[in-house]
Design a protein around this ligand. Structure first.
Ligand code: CA
Length: 229
């Protein structure tokens, strides 16, 4: 792990196609990020080590070492979020299959706005993780989730929840404002090794709504999953 403090809102873009790199660069700068470009993998790793970016955008087809290898070397020393820029379906399979610790991917051709939106979403998620140590999570004014005591309450009244119901509520509470897919919820609450289907999530969500009442700001996001707050 790096010891140097992270620079604020720096993005390293590792991409050998200058048109794509420049396009992403323009939009990210407009969104307030500082952007550093690398045309190959080795240079990318150098920039990341020197500048401690908040996030890395990583092309896969690069002239020296490919994006997979860059990610592997990076993961040996850093947890910096990685957003892959991929050109082919086969690459997506590898990204998802290799447990490279990729945070997300976008498929070329992509809209630069989508890239900026993904970057922001990943960084929000990171901030949520940093807050994850907080013992007591608040959902609006009404609900409290005390992680240490494993107690959920509504207007000071404790609401008894089953183990997984509590875990799911705590996970949602830590990621408030973010639309989470059923798969993300399964991975986050049940663990990535758990083999289950989407119905598991739906059943538990139904229980949470029933037990915690209508004022719980838990929205169904059609085609995605659920969002708290
Ligand atoms: Ca390329």
């Amino acid at each position: 792990m790096f010891n140097v403090a992270k620079s604020e809102r720096t993005v390293v873009v590792v991409e050998d196609d200058p048109n794509i790199a420049d396009l992403v660069d323009v939009y990210l700068r407009e969104a307030g990020f500082r952007v550093l470009q690398a045309m190959n993998g080795e240079r990318g790793l150098e920039l990341i080590t020197q500048h401690q970016p908040e996030i890395v955008l990583l092309d896969i087809g690069l002239p020296d070492i490919d994006g997979f290898e860059v990610c592997r070397r990076l993961r040996a020393k850093s947890n910096v979020p990685v957003l892959f820029l991929t050109a082919r379906d086969g690459e997506i399979d590898r990204i998802l299959g290799l447990e490279l610790g990729a945070d997300d991917y976008v498929t070329k051709p992509f809209s630069p706005r989508e890239v900026v939106a993904r970057v922001k979403a990943i960084l929000r998620r990171g901030q949520a993780d940093e807050r994850a140590d907080a013992d007591v999570l608040h959902i609006g004014d009404e609900y409290r989730v005390d992680v240490t005591r494993r107690e959920a309450s509504c207007r000071e009244e404790v609401v008894p929840l089953a183990t997984r119901e509590f875990d799911l509520l705590a996970f949602l509470a830590r990621n408030q404002g973010i639309a989470l897919s059923r798969q993300q919820l399964l991975d986050g609450v049940w663990g990535v090794d758990w083999v289950g289907d989407d119905r598991t999530i739906d059943v538990h969500i139904r229980q949470l709504r029933k037990k915690l009442g209508d004022e719980l700001p838990l929205a169904t996001v059609w085609g995605i999953g659920y969002r708290l707050g």
